[in-house]
Design a protein around this ligand. Structure first.
Ligand code: DHE
Length: 560
């Protein structure tokens, strides 16, 4: 009886605890009007949630729950550093960033917005609504049914060399002809559209927006347009199709940040088939309510997708051969999984556990973790880049947001002429000197060059430039190309970030986005890869905030 009583008391205390905490926070938290709260919520979703999570539990960015945001003494950051400037601590962090990798928002948000956000993050986060299978189904639009779509290519474009270009702030993609450099179509897609991926056939482009809207574009139409649409959640980043022989584009999968889940659908219509939650335990054995789906890639050696769960550090191999009886292998790696790409053999998928400063390599043949490699701070590979190092053999490269190097990791190879490099496998064999703030690296099997950007570097000149190495002799000084100057666009006070190098299908050109503000003139600068000279500057009033560019052939075949 006594123990029953104790249990009841404990149960009561457990139930009362959140209320007590809630009221303590409610007393201390700054008061916001409904309008202020709505405005702050919108800014938080658009600018902060990607790194800190909607529940503010932290990932690439720090935890922003009230127990942190209200507790730190003025002048101190969570990583123990100090801030020397005036004004309140949170406003300073938001304005000027921190040495821990938080970027500055003083050029994006007004002073009033910064003050509002400093108050907002001291309040208890709201839990957004869920998005059920029915919600997904209700959102589904088959704009042009398969039977009414063309049966052959109706335009005369060289589709292999078409680029799908993210126009970030207009929620559109521009389809640009790689041969003529003409914009063939501008297609409305989701809000702050994120990435494009190709069907195995190379006919369809799948575009995912940060609002969870997935758009399917048919490149065979006279003017390529959206033929189907689906909302997979409120916030999403990744998409791919089934690429194993016999399942070619039968299914597609899209991963959502909120709610934390993935949706499996029909590949050609986007009709949803299944929604799977990713909530669960982290690799440290703690329950996490918001484990977001980061990168997804399709294996060609098994009917499986590699689905990387950010906060838990679990890598899922989702077997789609029987959707009704879904089998999943859960591989423990490290927390904060983000972006990644294949090694040259396409057997191993290497993914950054960015805030853990590690790269995890999954062996998709055995379904096991092949290696967990320590790297410099905050690796950010995009999809990485593969080449044969003159001294260490096949390597996969990642850049870093938080360190001034590009890391080269030795990868296994079945080619007998590479057997002498076995001893280096899964080791960091070289760190090439670069600058912090790198997001994407790229090369091409037909190229001698290796490209890296630095759009998040606080220095304007560096953020507007890219670096190019000669892979035959990495000891040669790298070339630094100032893309903003090379573009010939009028100089602006705001930084025009040079971002995301992408090769043409033949590996002879490199396209770099010059990502200006929403009202600035932006451009894509096309370089001749052999001479490093500008070949063409693609600019147009409709080319607003271009960021990622996805060459059809290279994306379809995972060439990087
Ligand atoms: Fe991305 C890939 C998430 C901010 C441009 N980005 C990815 C992937 C993830 C991701 C999970 C891997 C997808 C895959 O392969 O399946 N990105 C996030 C974020 O959470 C983050 C940090 C913050 C946010 O709020 O979204 C973020 N990303 C950005 C940008 O600000 C970038 C630079 C500009 C933009 O357009 O938004 C940007 N992310 C990209 C690009 C890729 C990408 C171009 C694909 C790289 C590739 O070569 O495949």
């Amino acid at each position: 009886m006594a123990s029953h009583g104790k249990l009841l008391t404990k149960a009561f205390m457990m139930a009362a605890l959140p209320l007590a905490l809630g009221s303590a926070f409610a007393q201390e938290a700054p008061k916001l009007t409904n309008d202020e709260k709505a405005a702050a919520k919108k800014i938080y979703f658009e600018r902060c949630a990607g790194c800190h999570g909607v529940l503010r539990k932290g990932a690439t960015g720090k935890n922003l729950e009230p127990h942190w945001t209200k507790k730190l003494p003025d002048g101190q950051t969570q990583e123990g550093g100090t801030l020397k400037l005036g004004a309140s601590r949170l406003e300073k962090i938001i304005s000027y960033g921190t040495e821990g990798g938080m970027v500055n928002f003083d050029d994006i948000l007004s002073k009033e917005e910064i003050a509002l956000m400093a108050k907002y993050i001291q309040t208890t986060p709201d839990v957004p609504p869920e998005f059920s299978f029915k919600d997904t189904m209700d959102s589904w639009k088959e704009i042009i049914p398969v039977a009414q779509r063309p049966t052959k290519q109706m335009n005369n474009f060289n589709l292999k060399n078409m680029f799908s270009v993210t126009l970030r702030d207009t929620g559109e993609v521009a389809l640009i002809d790689g041969d003529t450099k003409e914009i063939r179509s501008i297609v409305k897609t989701g809000y702050a559209v994120h990435i494009s991926r190709l069907s195995k056939s190379g006919r369809y482009v799948y575009v995912i927006g940060r609002d969870g809207r997935l758009s399917l574009i048919d490149l065979w139409m006279e003017k390529p347009a959206v033929v189907a649409e689906l909302k997979v959640g409120f916030d999403a980043r990744s998409v791919d199709t089934s690429k194993f022989k016999g399942f070619d584009d039968k299914y597609a999968i899209a991963g959502s940040y909120w709610p934390p889940q993935y949706v499996i659908m029909e590949g050609e219509t986007l009709k949803p088939l299944k929604v799977v939650s990713t909530r669960g335990m982290t690799v440290d054995g703690e329950y996490h309510p918001e484990p977001r789906v980061a990168s997804i890639v399709s294996s060609e050696i098994k009917p499986e997708w590699v689905v990387n769960i950010k906060e838990t550090g679990q890598i899922l191999l989702v077997d789609y051969s029987d959707i009704k009886n879904l089998k999943t292998t859960t591989i423990e790696s490290a927390k904060f999984l983000h972006d990644g790409g294949w090694d040259a053999s396409k057997r191993y998928f290497l993914v950054a556990a960015n805030a853990s400063n590690k790269i995890a390599a999954v062996d998709t043949k055995t379904g096991k973790l092949a290696a967990l490699i320590d790297t410099a701070k905050i690796p950010h590979p995009g999809r990485g880049a593969n080449f044969v190092h003159p001294k260490f053999g096949p390597v996969w490269a990642t850049g870093h947001l938080g360190a001034d190097v590009v890391t080269l990791i030795s990868t296994p190879s079945d080619d007998p002429k590479h057997s002498k490099y076995k001893e280096y496998n899964w080791k960091v064999v070289q760190e090439m000197k670069h600058v912090p703030g790198n997001l994407f690296v790229k090369t091409h099997p037909k190229s001698q060059h290796f490209w890296a950007d630095a759009p998040q570097n606080p220095d304007k000149d560096l953020a507007e430039s890219v670096a190019v190495w000669d892979m035959a002799d990495l000891s040669k000084p790298k070339a630094v190309l100032n893309v903003a100057k090379d573009s010939g666009l009028p100089p602006t006070k705001a930084t025009k970030r040079a971002v995301h190098p992408e090769y043409s299908a033949d590996g002879k050109e490199v396209w770099i986005s010059l990502w200006g503000g929403k009202t600035d003139q932006s451009a894509i600068v096309v370089y001749d890869d052999a001479t490093l000279k500008v070949k063409k500057v693609i600019t147009d009033p409709k080319m607003i905030t271009p960021t990622g560019k996805f060459n059809v052939y290279n994306t379809q075949h995972d060439i990087y």
